[in-house]
Design a protein around this ligand. Structure first.
Ligand SMILES: Cc1cc2nc3c(=O)[nH]c(=O)nc-3n(C[C@H](O)[C@H](O)[C@H](O)COP(=O)(O)O)c2cc1C
Length: 400
């Protein structure tokens, strides 16, 4: 069942140009089975009419704190008690500032202050307003107070500027928001995940490897377990603990990883290949340590191709839902699309590993999920949050 079904959702709408998209959010919430009440700021009414949101939500739209009629019906405290969660989309810079400082000078900010459940904001503003240090401080304060912040995204803005500040698309907001209520959506599914680097030995003391830390794969394993799945984690050498409850299989080389995956693939519903598997290995393994010699100023190591694990899994009959990663340093999306097609995957996760702050060996990641007919961007955030969103996305694709 959809996690938003039978939930009471209060949608706050503030005075930004993206307010027209809140109509779509009301529709999506209704479609997900939520009861929706909309509270608008006075400025928001300049951008979209209460009548539209009333017609879509099926409930009276409120905006006035000091309206005796509203207070006599469902006043600000009743609305705060009624809601299971509050989503404010769009959230203006002004409303962000008010919420960060705990002001309560209109209906929406009063309800937000009186509310004790999960509160989510989708900021939308001009890029200079978003960059301003005061907005940044407000966002940090709100995060410290457990507000969930979705976005903003970057791109061309209504004012013609380009940069961060655009409200996330309703679909992206809905995916984030529904995670607040998520529980056990992959109950009893069998998920096989590969993670970490592989080590390809040259001699007993040397090997060729890469910078993968395994964090993304381990976070995916954790998110899968939290979703109720049975998880087998085939991992190359890493320095992190496997999540409790995962069946951990430790391997060193690409060949061992291949053998282990082929061994465990039977009865697997979802295979996620997040390991950075070496494409090539040294042709010859020297059983003795290779010595430095005065005669040779150079040595060369011949390399031979490893088996392609993902491709091999894609060729088995009864193959599971197949998810690959494309870790690229250039032309990310095109390279990822090519891999999706060549390896006959259901989903590819395009991962830019050219910088230091995302991708390999970092705490955060930013990815684009690509399937045969759509792309879905997950903005930069902790690998744990990115992993939860990937797992949620996969579970939705499996049931749709
Ligand atoms: C055409 C127009 C578009 C605006 N768009 C935004 C916006 O996208 N984000 C924002 O923070 N403020 C925007 N503003 C400014 C807000 O409307 C203004 O700060 C207002 O006081 C916000 O009130 P509220 O937070 O109570 O809704 C815009 C103003 C105008 C006139």
């Amino acid at each position: 069942m959809n996690s938003l079904a039978n939930k009471n959702i209060l949608l706050g709408v503030t005075g930004g140009i993206a307010a027209y998209k809140s109509a779509e959010i009301v529709r999506a919430l209704k479609k997900a089975g939520s009861s929706v009440r909309v509270v608008m700021t006075k400025s928001a009414e300049e951008f979209i009419t209460p009548l539209t949101l009333q017609a879509l939500s099926g409930n009276k739209v409120s905006s006035d704190l000091l309206d005796p009629e509203t207070e006599a019906g469902m006043g600000h405290i009743e609305l705060a008690k009624w809601a299971d969660a509050i989503l404010i989309a769009p959230t203006t810079a002004n409303t962000l500032a008010k919420l960060a400082s705990g002001r309560a000078d209109d209906l929406l900010s009063s309800i937000s202050l009186a509310f004790e459940g999960p509160l989510a904001l989708a900021p939308a503003m001009n890029q200079a307003m978003w960059k301003d240090s005061r907005t940044k401080e407000n966002i940090e304060k709100l995060k410290d107070n457990n507000f969930n912040i979705y976005g903003p995204g970057s791109g061309e803005q209504a004012c013609g500027d380009i940069g961060l500040g655009r409200m996330l698309e309703p679909e992206e907001i809905m995916l984030n928001f529904s995670l607040l209520f998520e529980e056990g959506h992959l109950n009893n599914k069998n998920i096989l995940i590969t993670a970490g680097p592989t080590q390809e030995p040259i001699d007993p003391v040397r090997y060729i490897t890469n910078r993968s830390s395994g964090k993304m794969g381990y976070c995916l394993a954790e998110a899968s377990l939290e979703s109720g799945a049975n998880v087998t984690l085939v991992s190359g050498p890493v320095n992190i603990e496997a999540p409790e409850g995962a069946h951990l299989v430790k391997v060193q080389t690409a060949e061992e990883m291949y053998e282990s995956v082929m061994h465990h693939i039977k009865n697997t519903d979802i295979f996620i290949s997040s390991a950075a598997v070496a494409d090539y290995k040294p042709e010859n393994f020297s059983k003795d340590k290779i010595k430095k010699s005065d005669k040779n100023s150079e040595i060369s190591i011949g390399m031979t191709k490893n088996k392609d694990i993902l491709k091999s899994v894609s060729e088995i009959s009864n193959k599971p839902y197949l998810v690959g990663f494309a870790a690229e340093t250039n032309d990310l999306i095109n390279n990822a699309k090519l891999k999706l097609k060549n390896k006959k995957l259901d989903l590819i996760i395009a991962n830019d590993v050219s910088g230091k702050d995302i991708g390999f060996d970092s705490e955060e990641n930013e990815v684009t999920l690509i399937n045969s007919d759509s792309e879905f961007f997950i903005e930069k955030e902790s690998k744990k949050k990115v992993a939860s969103k990937i797992i949620k996305y996969i579970s939705e694709k499996l049931v749709s």
